[in-house]
Write a protein that binds this ligand. Structure first.
Ligand SMILES: [Zn+2]
Length: 152
């Protein structure tokens, strides 16, 4: 766990992290390391910007055939950081804003939030696994369709 005090120090803060674990429920098992490169810049008092990228490979389960499936997570980070105190004052409802205590800023929380956003909603062993199953279903239904045609 890495805690920064964003109220002090010099900017930009540049980080190159290789994490061995990440605490997010309902995602696959991390393979190798989670590689994160982040740069936090100060835009004005209480307003920061974070950009960089997250790269990792996970072993997850194909939602269709339940086979072990490698999931490549490779996404960029481009968000605004504000103090948690501003969460209720902010009416702009920007979803690209990350709120946290600036004095005890936990970089892991930010990484977890971003990773959860980047991680695919649907895990498939290959691009067409779900579609293939649909095609199979159609074929299985064909005899019934023929019988129905006969009845008609
Ligand atoms: Zn599959």
């Amino acid at each position: 766990m890495k805690i920064l005090n964003l109220n002090e120090g010099s900017f930009p803060i540049e980080m190159n992290l290789n994490l061995n674990s990440i605490d997010i429920p309902d995602i696959g098992t991390l393979k190798d390391t989670l590689d994160v490169e982040l740069k936090i810049s100060k835009l004005s008092l209480n307003l920061f910007k974070c950009d960089g990228y997250i790269y990792a490979k996970f072993i997850d389960t194909c939602q269709n055939c339940l086979r072990d499936t490698e999931v490549l997570v490779d996404g960029s980070v481009d968000i605004t950081i504000k103090d948690i105190k501003e969460l209720h004052l902010d009416s702009s409802e920007q979803d690209q804003t990350h709120y946290q205590d600036l004095e005890y800023f936990n970089i892991d929380n930010l990484i977890e939030e971003e990773l959860a956003l980047i991680y695919p909603d649907i895990v498939k062993c290959d691009r067409s696994c779900l579609e293939k199953e649909d095609a199979l279903m159609d074929e299985k239904n064909l005899p019934f369709k023929k019988i129905r045609d006969l009845i008609d």
